[in-house]
Structure formats: structure tokens, C-alpha cells
Design a binder for this molecule. Sequence first.
Ligand SMILES: Nc1nc2c(ncn2[C@@H]2O[C@H](COP(=O)(O)OP(=O)(O)OP(=O)(O)O)[C@@H](O)[C@H]2O)c(=O)[nH]1
Ligand SMILES: [Mg+2]
Length: 348
Amino acid sequence: MKVALVGLPQSGKSTLFHALTGASGSSSKGGFTMGMVDVPDARVDRLNEIYEPKKKTYARLEIVEAQAAAKSENRTGMDPAFLNAVKPMDALLLIVRAFDGPDMCEPAADVKNVVSDMILTDLVAVEGRLERLESEKKKGRKVEPDEVAALERARDVLGADRLLITAPEVAAAPELRNFALLTAKPILVLVNVSDAEIGLPGDKALGMFGLPVMGLPTFVCCAKVEEEIADLPPEERQEFQQALGIAEPALNMVIREVYGALGLISFLTGGKDEVRAWTIQRGTLAPRAAGVIHSDIEKGFIRAEVIHYTDFDRLGSEAEARKAGKYRLEGKEYPVGDGDIINFRFNV
Ligand SMILES: Nc1nc2c(ncn2[C@@H]2O[C@H](COP(=O)(O)OP(=O)(O)OP(=O)(O)O)[C@@H](O)[C@H]2O)c(=O)[nH]1
Ligand SMILES: [Mg+2]
């Protein structure tokens, strides 16, 4: 799963990218910088305390910074080439500047402008295809009526200045999949504030800027401070955060929100070697989930032994969870839940 950082020039994309990926390294290719980010998960930390394994591993997301935006001459809207470049991404994190810079900042207007450009980009793609199909039809060639219908529905939504994702039944049409339409993806807005706003409750800070707009999920963070936190040695982070009056970096929450918006959940495995969170799409059945660990476990799947994290956490051990009747055996038809701690039984 890939999450693209998008935003107008000088909105804080690079700062955020660095805060998110820290020292974990990044690579650049074709105008994109890629890096991995851990999905913060207190459940992994707690299992780590209980099992004391050699290794703990969080779920991860790939973050992509599209540098092409920096080259854009267009200050109010997005470069069309840039918007086309982010089409293969699964979700978009739109960063808007709400700190003082060389010019005035108007975060609400920026969001509206950028999102309108995305709607327009989608509309151009949809109308272009409709015109093509129309001319094919005139030439007597066969045209899929389902594709035309799906495109027309999409055109109506976009033409009304709405994001496709606000009409999920339209956005989900299989005929639209190949177009990778921007507004059919989850879009989350991140308002990059100055450190003066950092202690404010999120909704108060948003209200100051007239946000949210267009019904978009919107969060506040201060990229510069987040970067400073990420650069500190882990043992010093807590103290620094306390001094700022924050419980955890704002980006932790944002990453969890993106993860959720992508329809992703985590199941957990625990043991002496490793405690780990594994990523699956919500609704994934037990054998497929096992396959995320190893294809042999999927092939030889017998059963899943499941204890939910909340029970394990409350009762403190597998043995206690069993005594309390919180240990379950689940079969092939079981949709794995977020926070299930699983031991797969299989034969090879
Ligand atoms: N005060 C303040 N400055 C910030 C913050 N985030 C970024 N900046 C500054 O704003 C400038 C632009 O930040 P970048 O992270 O380079 O922004 P960008 O979106 O990657 O910029 P381009 O790649 O040029 O489009 C830099 O000078 C940052 O130090 C913030 O939260 N507060
Ligand atoms: Mg940059």
C-alpha cells in the first residue's frame, strides 16, 4: 500500500516525509522519494512487554513524496503532470501550509483549490473516455454498456463538484478501476501549523482556519516539531513531548487514520522470537491472512487459535485467557478481526 504526500510548493512535504520515515532510509526514483513508516501500535508494545521477544515488528506503510510538485509554477493549483503521477497511489495525504511563510497562507482555500483540481483531472479523464466510446459507437464498433453507465454516473458526481469517494457505490464500479481516479481514493488533509498552535486541541486549531472543508477528514500537526521529535533518540522523545504538552506525535494518529481509511486492519502474532503486527484488508478470511505470513501456512491451513488482544491484555497471559474461555478455534470461513492474536495450525 502506497500513501502519497501531496501539496502545494513549500507546504512542508519534505519535512513531513523526514519526520515520518526518520532514519529508516529512503530511495528516489523518477521524481519520487520512497520510504517506509511503522504504523504505531500500542498493542505491539504491550505484547513486547509480555513476551520479551528478540524482535518486535510493526505493520508498515510505504510513503511516497512526489517531488514534481516542487517544480510546479502554479501556486494555487496542482500541476496536472503531478496529479497524473500520483494516480498509482492508494491514498493521498494532502498537506496544506498554515504557518507563516513568504506569502499569506490560506489553508481552507488551498484545500479547496487542490481538491477542485483533482476533481477536474478526474472529470477530464472520464469525459475523454466517454467521447472516445461515443465515436467508437458511431463507427459501429461494440461498446460495453456497463462501462458507459459507470462513466456517466462518475461524470454526474464529479460534475456536481463532488469527490467520487463521497458516492462509494459509484466509485466502486469495477469498470472505473483502470482509470485510477484520484478522488475515488481516500484523501486525508493534514494542516501544517506553526509551533504556536501546537498545544491547542485539534478542532480548535482547525476552526481558526475555517477547516475542515468538503467533508474531508482533517488533522493538525506541526511538521517541524514532528521532525525534531523523530530526530531525538527514542529515550528522550517522551520528555520532549511532555514539555510540549502532547501525549504522542500527531503523525502517529494520522498514520493510523490513513491505515483505517485504506480499509486495513492488523492481526498480531506473539512468541519468544518475535512479536509482530500483520496487515490485511478488513474482511480477509483466516487462510488468506495466514498466507500473509507464509504461503505454506495458507496451503496447509487447519485452524486458527485466536485470543483477542483486549482479553489477552486484561488477563495477562494465554493460560489465563484459556481459563476465562477467551481462547477460540476458528476455521476457514473466519474473517480475521483487528487485534486478533493468532496462532495458525497447519501441516506441510
Ligand atoms: N514554521 C514552520 N515551518 C515549517 C514547518 N514545516 C515546514 N516548514 C518550513 O517550510 C519550508 C518548506 O518546507 P518543505 O518541507 O521543504 O516543503 P515542501 O512542501 O517539501 O516544499 P517543496 O518541495 O519546495 O514544494 C522549509 O523552510 C521548512 O523548514 C512548520 O511546521 N512550521
Ligand atoms: Mg520538498
